[in-house]
Design a protein around this ligand. Structure first.
Ligand code: I6G
Length: 697
């Protein structure tokens, strides 16, 4: 049985109808009821499946077959009867014999002390009061009525006195027992609790809505409410709702235990889901400690909660306390700070991240949400702005859960002012005035001024100095940060004019270390074209691509002038990488920095013309297949091409060697048949190393 309960909708008519008589079938049907109810409970309530899916399905179909053959054996509490009713035209109304009340709220510790003082005062008790505590699920309150242990009615709370009869929908909620387990069921029992949608089900539902271009639900509570309000129970059945009981409504003909916590334990024995976080604590201090624990645990729970409910545990004390207007005096909901609030979007700024990513940030009229005052929230990117259809001047809903960055959840369109302004993406970087580029197919727009942009400066310099780049010994991240913060450098070029005195002034920098650092910077001037290209931090130009560019263009001038066609002729350079390279060189700031570096004395030995026949694997054809664990197949091909090899797509008698990763299939077989050399990943890495390519270093 899978969580989306395929069995419940399966109308297939298995051909193995039992050939038993009525009496035998009745007996067998009763056994199957019992087994299936137990299995359902184990799966949906205890989260501890007792039967394999296939076995559940087999028993389910056996029961369906019996019911088909003997319709007189079909009862409303049959496990086959969760779905199937014809859609309603409207819900009928039900009166709650015992009103479904609401709870008073506490918003802070003082409110809780006040509540506890009122309770103790009315009970005239100086001893610590015993409280039952549990999370307040963010769902829909419902009432379930059982006659002799069989579910006969499910209803919404409505206005507390009159609700809607949603029995058909309630029956589809797999964690609600159609028939109580155990024994000694009261002739009449009303159980109350919350129908809710777990976070994961909510996400799947909204993902589906997004794929189908349908409206998404705002939160799991609305999704649960919308699902329960369906006139066609088949829709509800697909929504993966759950139920957790929290209190007794009516009971007739049976004694219930004297404590709320014990009543919940009894409900659990009868097959209901109760909240696993429920606890009994002593006094208001116990309540506050429990609240704190749950507040910390809240975001890790699989369902949304909006506070904690505390109830005086002794039923006799509850009765003594009674009710005030529409709420019990013996219970309170200590709410968590609201996670969503409305405010006005006053403007949008664009922030430049360390990698040049441009993020629109909402400037908000300050609003208290999720326990803090929020005046900025991320808008992620322009696609998100379009999706939200948000404009400056709009009233927006801000969501802040836990320590997560606040975000604009949605726009309150009804409040849109006539002069609301569209949000335009900038064309130039707000930090360095370079162009902002957004490549086709990419969501993120980026500043093209990698070398000069203040926002990207520190990261760019760290990369420039790193081992595979200019390899400036001793120029670690901390020193780069200090040099930039002290305004001693603002680009790579400045490194080459640093004065000993200013370096020696840095924190924890001895004179000798400063001398060593300047010597290392001087040493770094002697490099290779490939390392220099890699050090510039051009997007997607890694060590291998830089080597391929060096091998292809031989000097910097040719590369600076290359067009798209020339660039895509380089092994391992596709149109996207080529576009990044073009964009980089098209930025005048970057050209100035390159010139500055060359003027500072950076040089490299002339690159020998490596025509195909000079390269070590010239005239050799390789094929790459299977999954390599340390590199992608394209990367492997790039290495081979840079060594002069031709990389083919299929194995033939002309293939020199096959590089075979994990799960290599027909190509490996063919290479074996043709007796072609096969290199596993280790052998391939040795081959590369023998030719000076040290992958991963
Ligand atoms: O709305 C509620 C949520 C949770 C409740 C409630 C509850 O107990 C955990 N308990 C009562 C008694 C009421 N509303 C009225």
């Amino acid at each position: 049985m899978s969580p989306d309960q395929p069995s419940l909708f399966d109308e297939s008519n298995a051909d193995n109808a039992p050939s038993m008589g009525l009496a035998q079938s009745r007996e067998r049907a009763a056994e199957l009821h019992e087994q299936l109810h137990q299995a359902n409970h184990a799966y949906f309530v205890l989260d501890d499946p007792s039967l394999p899916d296939a076995e559940y399905d087999r028993l389910f179909h056996e029961l369906k077959d019996i019911e088909r053959q003997f319709p007189q054996l079909l009862s409303t509490d049959s496990p086959t009867q969760r779905v199937g009713a014809i859609p309603l035209s409207q819900f009928s109304q039900v009166s709650h014999e015992v009103a479904m009340l609401s709870l008073d709220n506490a918003f802070n510790q003082e409110d809780m002390h006040e509540f506890n003082r009122r309770v103790s005062g009315r009970l005239d008790s100086s001893a610590a009061i015993e409280y039952a505590c549990e999370p307040k699920l963010d769902g829909i309150a419902v009432s379930l009525l059982y006659a002799d242990g069989v579910l006969v009615r499910g209803a919404t709370r409505g206005d507390g006195s009159v609700g809607e009869n949603i029995t058909q929908n309630i029956r589809t909620v797999a964690s609600i027992p159609l028939k109580l387990l155990g024994s000694a069921h009261p002739p009449l029992l009303e159980v109350r609790g919350e129908v809710y949608m777990p976070k994961s089900s909510f996400e799947s539902l909204n993902n589906l809505a997004r794929e189908n271009n349908e409206k998404e639900f705002v939160n799991p509570r609305n999704a649960a409410a919308g699902s329960l309000r369906q006139l066609d129970a088949k829709i509800t059945a697909h929504r993966r709702l759950e139920f957790c009981c929290y209190s007794l409504g009516r009971v007739e003909g049976a004694e219930m235990p004297p404590k709320h916590s014990e009543i919940l334990a009894q409900f659990s024995r009868w097959g209901f889901k109760t909240n696993a976080e429920s606890r009994v604590v002593q006094g208001v201090e116990g309540c506050l400690a429990y609240y704190q624990q749950l507040a910390e645990k809240r975001h890790g729970l699989s369902y949304e909660i909006d506070g904690i409910v505390f109830k005086v545990n002794q039923i006799a004390q509850q009765q003594q306390l009674g009710f005030v207007s529409r709420a019990p005096r013996w219970a309170i909901a200590h709410k968590f700070p609201a996670q969503e609030e409305m405010t006005v979007l006053e403007g949008v700024d664009f922030q430049v991240g360390r990698t040049g990513a441009i993020t629109p940030v909402a400037r908000l009229k300050p609003v208290f949400v999720g326990g803090v005052t929020v005046s900025n929230a991320t808008l992620h990117n322009m696609d998100e702005i379009k999706r939200l259809d948000v404009r400056i001047g709009d009233t927006v809903v801000i969501h802040r859960a836990g320590d997560v960055i606040p975000k604009v959840a949605r726009v309150v369109l009804e409040k849109r002012p006539a002069n609301a302004q569209h949000i335009q993406m900038l064309s130039r970087c707000p930090v360095c005035d370079s162009h902002i580029e957004r490549l086709a197919g990419e969501v993120i727009a980026r500043c093209a001024g990698g070398l000069v942009c203040g926002a990207q400066r520190k990261e760019a310099i760290k990369h420039f100095a790193s081992r595979k780049a200019m390899d400036v010994d001793g120029l670690g991240d901390k020193i780069v940060e200090q040099l930039v913060d002290e305004h001693l450098i603002s680009s790579f070029v400045d490194l080459y004019s640093l004065a000993l005195d200013s370096v020696a002034q840095l924190e924890r920098m001895a004179q000798k270390s400063a001398q060593n650092l300047l010597a290392a910077i001087e040493d770094s001037k002697k490099t290779t074209l490939a390392k220099f290209l890699y050090s510039l931090g051009i997007r997607e130009v890694g060590v291998t691509t830089a080597q391929n560019l060096e091998g292809h263009f031989l000097d910097m001038a040719a590369l600076r002038e290359a067009d798209l066609a020339a660039l895509t002729a380089v092994p391992d350079v596709g149109p996207i990488v080529a576009q990044h390279i073009l964009n980089f060189f098209a930025e005048p700031h970057n050209q100035v920095v390159i010139d500055g570096l060359l003027e500072a004395g950076i040089h490299w030995p002339e690159v020998a013309v490596k025509t195909a026949e000079h390269l070590p694997l010239a005239k050799q054809t390789f094929v790459v297949t299977g999954t390599l664990s340390l590199m992608g197949r394209d990367e492997a091909k790039g290495y081979l091409q840079s060594l002069g090899a031709k990389v083919a797509g299929s194995v033939s008698a002309k293939t020199h060697a096959l590089v075979a990763g994990e799960k290599a299939g027909s190509k490996l077989k063919k290479a074996q048949d043709l007796d072609i050399e096969i290199l596993d990943e280790e052998a391939f890495i040795r081959l590369l190393a023998a030719h000076g390519i040290h992958h991963g270093q």
